[in-house]
Write a protein that binds this ligand. Structure first.
Ligand code: NCD
Length: 305
């Protein structure tokens, strides 16, 4: 089985078949991970280029590579890389393409991933391009929804928070549009609404969605996808301070509700700690799915699935 793409830049590249293959492969990786991994990527090198902060994405890509017997080289900031000296993204990717077998890059600029992929001599994965997209997060979110709710078709998912700047919700909403009967409730303050181009794409793809401002409107959904207000995308610190505490989910909001709570993490106050012990809280299980889905993706993109 092969995927329809060589580089993964945007979730719009995925067909329903790609998504199904990756879900299946990720499921198989669960069994492999339980046994500690295997050796199918022996001799392969992943270059992890992270020019924006990351804990989960960076470490889970590295974990996935090591679990499959591969190795990892990495750079973790603009300051300690040649980008700081003025090297273009294109040249960096051309160079790294001579060292590694696959590249994973996070960068603050929207469109940086597309630029990198265009010149990359080896498979390239977007690990987040500014407020653009985060396709691998969307894939692990999809795996999580399927596991937690035992299916994706017909799901009602509410996204809450900074839908303008949060790249995970851009990718996830588009990925869900590959499934039938999906309904989205998009909850944000007026200033942080889902970008018009994503809404247009959702309409074009036949997704039913509504935009709301109050978190109470999210509580009848099957899945509640909380996000943080993206501080680093604000040019006005006062505006961030005004909006940052706007949505806080507490245990009392969920009592007796069959609703799955997800969050790409990091959380910075929007999910109260008293939610953590509830069975609804799926966000740490969600993290583990990040390893298996990235194992699946690395194996497939390197032709070793
Ligand atoms: C997200 C990101 O980087 O976009 N984090 C992640 O990869 N799990 C979400 C966020 O930073 O808010």
């Amino acid at each position: 089985m092969t995927l329809s793409f060589e580089h993964l830049v945007s979730i719009e590249q995925l067909s329903r078949r790609d998504a199904d293959i990756l879900l299946k492969e990720a499921e198989q990786m669960e069994g492999i991970l339980k046994k500690g991994g295997d050796d199918r990527l022996h001799g392969k090198i992943l270059a992890n280029l992270f020019y924006e902060p990351s804990t989960r994405t960076h470490l889970s890509f590295a974990t996935a590579m090591y679990r499959l017997g591969g190795r990892v080289i990495s750079t973790e900031s603009v300051q300690f890389s040649s980008l700081y000296k003025g090297e273009s993204i294109e040249d960096t990717i051309r160079v790294v393409g001579q060292y590694a077998d696959i590249i994973c890059m996070r960068h603050a600029e929207v469109g940086s991933a597309a630029r990198g992929a265009l010149v990359s001599p080896i498979p390239f994965i977007n690990a987040g391009d500014g407020r653009g997209q985060h396709p691998t997060q969307a894939l692990l979110d999809l795996v999580t929804i399927r596991k937690e709710r035992s299916g994706i078709d017909g799901i009602h998912l509410a996204m809450v928070g900074d839908l303008k700047n949060g790249r995970t919700v851009h990718s996830l909403s588009l990925l869900l549009s590959l499934y039938t009967g999906v309904r989205l409730t998009l909850i944000s303050p007026r200033e942080l609404r889902m970008p018009a181009e994503i809404c247009d794409a959702l309409r074009e793809r036949g997704v039913i969605f509504e935009e709301r401002e109050k978190m109470e409107d999210a509580l009848s959904a099957d899945v509640l996808y909380m996000t943080r207000i993206q501080k680093e995308r604000f040019s006005d610190e006062k505006e961030y301070q005004r909006l940052k505490g706007i949505y806080v989910l507490c245990a009392r909001d969920l009592i007796k509700k069959n609703i799955t709570v997800m969050h790409p993490l990091p959380r910075v106050g929007e999910i109260s700690l008293d939610v953590d012990p509830l069975p609804n809280a799926a966000y740490f299980r969600q993290v583990r799915n990040g390893v298996t889905v990235r194992m699946a993706l690395l194996a497939m993109m390197l032709g070793k699935a």
